[in-house]
Design a protein around this ligand. Structure first.
Ligand code: 4AZ
Length: 300
């Protein structure tokens, strides 16, 4: 064979491999774009205007890659989420407010469009009784530096109201998030799924002593549809009101193992009482007290 035909042969093989690869990537993208949270569908902007993406600033250099949890805007600058989203399990301590960035008003995790709000966190609150082992009191709040204007008029961002009453069992709710899907570790597009509230008695039989006061179950007992990792902190909504916060579960979408949610109604008072005012820590209170003492002694 001549040198020229070798060259031609290799060119053909390289070209074939390249086109084949493009096709494979195309197929992969098609699969990724199929609607699923775990068996959900692509969310509509008008039904998820309260959804926020909570991210770690240092992992979000590629806008969207720092996503760790969902959350719900409940006032112009107040985001309700799970306490475990604010907790660094490896270091066994809460993260600082400055470690987070919160993104509002985009369905695509990687897209920063007109109307997308990207905010730092000025302060945070969590139930001090939260336990990462039992997931007791898994409630947290982030106060945004840049939220909605107080008149609240925005095309793609709006707060959601907390449920005013206990939601009975068997009610159809929506859970949404960028969390794990059947095929990928996180979703690029915001997905939503229909799940039903489950009787407390049934949920207790399933999770036994793991189900603590302030927890509720929602899902489908036959399995197949659920929230999952990365959806944590995100909202469970019934008739336009926030009834739950994604907290935990055994696996995702397994038959007989529904998702466990924070019961918003149970924590309503605590949630409503928190305001963005910086809380005075014990050390700063002591410092102020000492200063007062020094001034008082210096000016008898
Ligand atoms: C998690 O690890 C998680 N299927 C969230 C939700 C559920 C399970 C686990 C519910 O963040």
């Amino acid at each position: 064979m001549t040198r020229r035909s070798w060259l031609l042969g290799w060119t053909c093989i390289t070209f074939w491999m390249l086109s084949c690869r493009t096709e494979l990537i195309g197929l992969q993208n098609d699969l990724q774009q199929q609607p699923r949270i775990i068996n959900g569908s692509v969310a509509r902007a008008d039904e998820t205007r309260h959804l926020v993406s909570i991210r770690l600033l240092r992992h979000d250099n590629n806008f969207g890659s720092g996503h760790i949890c969902g959350g719900a805007l409940i006032a112009p600058r107040k985001v309700l989420t799970a306490a475990h989203c604010l907790y660094n399990n490896q270091r066994k301590r809460y993260r600082r407010a400055s470690e987070f960035v919160v993104v509002l008003g985009t369905l695509n995790r990687f897209e920063r469009r007109n109307g997308t709000i990207v905010s730092q966190v000025s302060s945070m609150a969590y139930m001090h009784t939260f336990s990462p082992d039992s997931m007791r009191d898994d409630v947290g709040i982030l106060f945004l530096r840049t939220g909605l204007l107080s008149d609240g008029v925005h095309l793609t961002v709006a707060p959601i109201q907390l449920a005013g009453q206990v939601t009975p069992s068997g009610r159809l709710c929506q859970v949404a998030g960028w969390g794990r899907t059947e095929q990928s570790s996180l979703s690029n597009i915001l997905l939503t799924a229909n799940v039903s509230t489950i009787r407390l008695q049934t949920c207790r039989m399933i999770y036994k002593s793991g189900l603590l006061p302030g927890m509720m179950c929602a899902g489908r007992l036959q399995g197949g549809t659920d929230s999952c990792q990365g959806d944590s902190g995100g909202p469970l909504v019934h008739e336009g009101r926030l009834v739950g916060v994604v907290s935990w579960g055994y696996g995702c979408a397994e038959p007989g193992l529904p998702g466990v949610y924070v019961d918003v109604q149970y924590y309503r008072q605590w949630i409503e009482e928190r305001s963005g005012a910086p809380s005075c820590s014990l050390s700063s209170s002591l410092l102020i007290l000492m200063l007062c003492f020094v001034v008082a002694v210096g000016n008898p």
